[in-house]
Design a protein around this ligand. Structure first.
Ligand SMILES: CC(C)(COP(=O)(O)OP(=O)(O)OC[C@H]1O[C@@H](n2cnc3c(N)ncnc32)[C@H](O)[C@@H]1OP(=O)(O)O)[C@@H](O)C(=O)NCCC(=O)NCCS
Length: 202
């Protein structure tokens, strides 16, 4: 029977060991998100983006949908969730399939340890392995350019709501994947089953 999730261990950052006063490298696992991770992920996202985070246009591409199959990840240090990154199936007017990356967030006290970089690289590598052709996001180019994202391939694309054009970024996993992609982005992912929607509303 296959393992329930991929677990890849990274030695990320270094923290002072309070007992010895020495620096030691701690292990961060980047692994697929499991149902018990959801509550901690939501707290982390509230802290990173604030309570109004669901008003963002990118949320319109996630509402009522499940993440793309096999493409929801957490960074964990032991049992503590310290980062999250998910990818979502989207399309555009002329049917070019792509993934939306986000939200990506790292716990405030764990930033600048390389966790965000490890999460994004892991998510993109997994998307590539699964045969996806392009990843789109709304975010800061100074951060995401290190992963190959730029606004060059998104000039004919729009979000389904207000957005800043210079923050609509993409990376093609297959060269030319977004050539001819145009129009508003729309959600194409699997709908959340009704019973789960009812549970989350309760
Ligand atoms: C953006 C975020 C995910 C980065 O996570 P992280 O684990 O701190 O990132 P890393 O440790 O891998 O990288 C740190 C580097 O990124 C830079 N960086 C972080 N956020 C940045 C931003 N918004 N713009 C430009 N550079 C940024 C840091 O200055 C640092 O630079 P250095 O490598 O030159 O020192 C994290 O800061 C976060 O959760 N922010 C709040 C939520 C958010 O803005 N998410 C992204 C939009 S979806």
């Amino acid at each position: 029977m296959p393992a329930p999730f991929i677990r890849i261990r990274y030695a990320i950052g270094a923290r002072a060991d309070r007992a010895s006063g020495l620096e030691q490298t701690e292990m961060i696992s980047i692994r697929k998100e499991c149902p018990p991770d959801v509550a901690a992920r939501e707290v982390l996202l509230d802290q990173a983006f604030g309570k109004n985070r669901r008003r963002k246009s990118s949320q319109r591409l996630r509402d009522g949908r499940l993440p793309a199959d096999g493409l929801a990840f957490v960074a964990a240090e032991g049992t503590r969730i310290v980062g999250t990154a998910r990818l979502w199936d989207i399309g555009c007017d002329n049917g070019e399939p792509a993934l939306l990356l986000g939200p990506v967030a790292v716990a405030v006290d764990d930033r600048n340890r390389g966790i965000g970089t490890a999460l994004v690289r892991h998510a993109i590598a997994a998307a590539r392995r699964l045969g996806h052709r392009a990843v789109i996001l709304v975010g800061d180019a100074p951060y995401y350019s290190r992963f190959g994202f730029s606004a060059d391939a998104t000039t004919s694309l729009r979000m389904p709501g207000p957005f800043e054009r210079h923050r609509l970024l993409a990376v093609e996993l297959v060269p030319g994947a977004l050539t001819g992609a145009r129009g508003p982005l729309r959600a194409t992912g699997r709908a959340i089953p009704c019973r789960d929607l009812a549970a989350s509303a309760a």
